[in-house]
Design a protein around this ligand. Structure first.
Ligand SMILES: Cc1cc2nc3c(=O)[nH]c(=O)nc-3n(C[C@H](O)[C@H](O)[C@H](O)COP(=O)(O)O)c2cc1C
Length: 327
């Protein structure tokens, strides 16, 4: 089985329960909201475009016929709901041009805001001209560079050479005309790394904190191993948010975000958007993605109403209880 198909299968069977820390965050409830539900606005500006809700469909698939179909469905829902969408790693399309079409979602959904995806270590391998040409062909609006050292180190043939990746990201930011963004894949980004990425020139940082999809576990299963001392390794989504929220660069919160209330919490803690991957993958294979996105929107708006927040700027100032360090 192709690597991507194998990872997809194991992700969907994922059994482990992890904590991203957001349970600690509790909003103050207002019994007198003094707002009308249908007047609540969840609009958000990101990379110059206005989206309907602060939710993104995270990077996952592409490279095979089946994952190409999944990308098509994800893109169609993202276009319909006016939210950003990211395809999975584009490296395979650079290596095998015949799979390119599985990433080419604008063919059917030209208005989707499309964020392509490429690994940090791929920047050491491919020249920028080649990358640019391929991204232009899919009309990407931006590109994520993913940082996944734990995953690579757990993979049998994973990339072990990471020297120079930071410099390459800075060079790519200068080279490409579209915004370059950075992301982890589930082990989080600490404040120091985020500052380095900001200095390199990235236009947004997706924290992909610990507490959601766990690549250490997925790679362990792929390798048929029983040991994984790194099961709990990483910066939780909550901790990443705390360390990165005062950055100038917009923050995307992800890693175990599973509903609209958690989206509201991340916005309160300084994120511009929240992103999720596995829940939307599950929803798309069960043919209920649009319904899932509607549920998230409803939950976000309920949280906004009960905190007297008529828009996201007000939500950013909503009162929260307990954990004093979050205020
Ligand atoms: C099946 C699957 C495939 C993924 N493939 C990629 C990828 O190609 N590139 C990437 O940057 N992240 C990839 N990710 C990681 C997600 O973008 C995200 O950072 C991570 O899953 C944490 O979010 P979640 O807990 O909502 O799933 C993948 C995730 C899943 C579930």
């Amino acid at each position: 089985m192709n690597v991507k198909e194998e990872q997809l299968k194991i992700s969907l069977e994922q059994e482990w329960e992890l904590k991203n820390g957001l349970d600690e965050v509790k909003f103050t409830h207002y019994a007198l909201p003094e707002l009308n539900f249908n007047e609540i606005s969840t609009k958000v500006k990101f990379l110059g475009r206005i989206f309907s809700q602060p939710v993104m469909i995270g990077s996952m698939t592409g490279g095979t016929e089946r994952t190409g179909k999944i990308n098509e469905k994800l893109a169609a829902a993202a276009e319909e709901k006016n939210i950003p969408f990211s395809t999975g790693s584009h490296k395979i399309a650079l290596k095998k041009p015949e799979v390119f079409e599985s990433f080419n979602v604008k063919r059917k959904n030209p208005d989707v805001f499309l964020i392509a995806n490429l690994g940090g270590t791929a920047l050491l391998e491919f020249d920028f001209e080649e990358i640019e040409r391929s991204l232009e062909r899919i009309e990407a609006d931006a590109v994520f560079i993913h940082l996944n050292p734990l995953q690579e180190l757990m993979q049998k043939d994973g990339n072990k050479k990471w020297k120079g990746v930071r410099e390459k990201i800075a060079e790519l930011c200068d080279y490409l005309s579209i915004p370059v963004l950075a992301k982890e894949v589930g082990n989080g980004i600490n404040g120091k790394t985020a500052l380095e990425l900001q200095k390199a020139g990235v236009k947004a940082i997706d924290l992909a904190g610990f507490g959601g999809t766990n690549w250490g576990e997925i790679e362990k299963k792929r390798n048929g191993e029983t040991r994984n001392v790194f099961k709990n390794w990483g910066v939780s989504t909550l901790q990443s948010l705390k360390e990165c929220r005062n950055l100038k660069t917009p923050i995307i919160a992800s890693g175990g975000i599973r509903n609209g209330l958690e989206v509201a919490k991340t916005i309160r803690l300084g994120a511009t958007l929240a992103s999720a991957s596995l829940p939307f993958l599950k929803a798309v294979v069960e043919d209920r993605l649009e319904k899932e996105l509607d549920e998230w929107l409803k939950e976000l708006k309920i949280a906004m109403m009960l905190t007297r927040s008529s828009n996201l700027n007000e939500l950013r100032k909503a009162e929260i209880q307990e954990n004093r360090s979050l205020r």
